[in-house]
Design a protein around this ligand. Structure first.
Ligand code: NAG
Length: 500
């Protein structure tokens, strides 16, 4: 070690000397020094420091994650897609020549004044809100102003489009995306994505995300914390109007995996309309060839009746796999009277035992844990900030260790806006010791950082858990769930079943 210390001292002296003669050089020398520093830096003693838990987990994932034996070649994704425009709320309203005033909530925004009042109402509370803007013409004008506002950020939006984008980052995959795709969205999509001509439309479905900062002031209102107000005039996604086109295009596309999302968007139509539309959706989905697995990505819903309908009667029994987060999981058990339905909300990191109980209930009561069951559901990819669980009915899926780890690796890098996990920017928040169930009989389990996927079985179901390395300063978390589910699917495979 002393020799290295001397080397550093010599370099330091050299730099001091050079600095006086050539001001261009030191940065180059510094680069050299910092490149060679990691191996030299003593930590405490003179031994190389033991890896942190985060480091051990990130490294172990790299060796654990392997592609499945049989990869998907063609994946069809539908049906919600839009363009997200993120813009300063106050800036946009000013650009629309609106004056500050007092706040007032509106369930539906009928014009610019409603928008202003509702925005001020929520900004004053620092609360998130999402509203439908009823006037198509005026909305288009606002959307144009937002997209052209200096500093506006424009992104691919909608779960299906985001899942499609993530899948398309695998060069060997052919991805079909069906949804309301306007010219702007079409431009932004990965070149590899195939969009059926019938799903192209003249205008984009814009979702305007009006951001405000903590302490930001407009007139007499002041935001107690940073948040966002979202508005759209999104009829196509609200009615899942491209669902039938999507299903019809599958005959020609011949996918070996179908990914469906956007069901949650219909809730806003009101009960009479969604009842009808949901029935049509189920009929359409049932048309998908039996041997092609269907993954359904759930997203936030607020109507218990609607969720219950999806759960009990119609949608869950006809899909093979679902992806959801802790809010949706709790909502499912509450609306279906499952375990821990009395829990009003999760308190901090969701208890692994409780989550495991609900996942088992879903697969046993609404899935195919019993081979005699009529249901098709055999896989649930559960994601929450601190950890992920992949629960699968035995005999249907393979490569679960890689799939759950790959999903967590994507969450750990993408939240920081990176392609790879940077262990200096993440922190472990998952418990390393937990139980397989909330109540007895239960197994005591541990996450081993050097092999960070913990496996347990209950009945005919296997559980694979891995912690997430949570980004300390997340850049953009919209679409993170979609990326996790997409990556988990890329590393999953179905195991061929002997036909009876
Ligand atoms: C598990 O599978 C076996 C047959 O393989 C079946 O008899 C049993 O009922 C299943 N268990 C549950 C809880 O569904």
């Amino acid at each position: 070690m002393w020799r290295k210390a001397v080397l550093v001292a010599v370099l330091a002296l050299g730099m001091g000397y050079l600095y006086h003669t050539d001001p261009e050089l030191p940065s180059r020398v510094l680069n050299y020094v910092s490149d060679s520093l990691p191996q030299m830096e003593p930590s405490g003693g003179s031994e190389p420091h033991p890896p942190t838990l985060e480091e051990a987990i990130a490294r172990a994932w790299q060796t654990l994650i392997a592609a499945p034996a049989r990869r998907w070649a063609r994946v069809a994704v539908g049906v919600n897609a839009c363009v997200d425009v993120v813009v300063s709320g106050v800036g946009l309203l000013q650009a629309l020549a609106l004056e500050p005033g007092s706040g007032r909530d509106h369930e539906v925004l009928h014009g610019k004044e409603d928008l202003k009042e509702a925005f001020i109402h929520y900004m004053g509370k620092g609360a998130a809100a999402e509203r439908f803007f009823s006037d198509k013409e005026v909305f288009q004008r606002i959307a144009r102003a937002a997209a052209e506002y200096p500093g506006a950020q424009i992104y691919v939006g909608g779960n299906a489009a985001l899942i499609g984008q993530k899948l398309a980052s695998n060069p060997e995959l052919v991805v079909l995306l069906c949804g309301p795709v306007g010219p702007k969205l079409h431009d932004m999509l990965d070149e590899q994505i195939v969009v059926p001509p019938e799903s192209l439309q003249e205008m984009d479905e814009f979702h305007l995300i009006l951001e405000y900062k903590s302490g930001e002031q407009w007139g007499s209102s002041r935001a107690p914390q940073a948040n966002r107000f979202i508005l759209s005039h999104d009829v196509s996604n609200g009615e899942m109007s491209t669902l039938e086109t999507f299903i019809a295009s599958l005959d020609e596309f011949q996918p070996d995996l179908v990914v469906l999302s956007g069901l949650h968007m219909m809730e806003g139509m009101g009960r009479d309309l969604w009842e009808e539309r949901l029935k049509e959706a189920v009929i359409a989905i049932s048309d998908v060839r039996n041997e092609v697995p269907i993954h359904l990505e759930l997203a936030s819903m607020t109507d218990r009746d609607y969720m219950n309908r999806i759960l009990q009667e119609q949608v869950l029994p006809i899909v093979n796999s679902i992806g959801l987060n802790e809010q949706e999981l709790l909502f499912l058990t509450q609306s279906g009277g499952g375990p821990h339905a009395d829990l009003a909300s999760w308190d901090g990191v969701p208890d692994v035992g409780r989550v495991s109980d609900i996942l088992l209930w879903l697969l046993e009561q609404h899935g195919r844990a019993d081979p005699e069951s009529e249901a098709d559901l055999t896989r649930i990819h559960f994601h929450t900030l601190a950890y992920h669980i992949l629960a699968t009915v035995d005999g249907h899926w393979g490569n679960q260790v890689s799939a759950v780890a790959a999903g967590a690796r994507v969450a750990s890098s993408q939240a920081c806006g990176l392609q790879k996990v940077d262990i200096t920017k993440v922190i472990l928040k998952a418990p390393l010791n937990f139980y397989s169930s909330f109540s007895e009989p239960r197994e005591s389990l541990t996450v081993e950082p050097s092999r960070p996927v913990t496996v347990w079985r209950r009945g005919n179901v296997s559980f694979h858990l891995t912690p997430v390395l949570v980004c300390k300063q997340p850049l953009r978390t919209v679409g993170l769930g979609d990326a996790i589910s997409a990556e988990g699917l890329v590393f999953s495979e179905v195991t061929p079943r002997p036909e009876l």
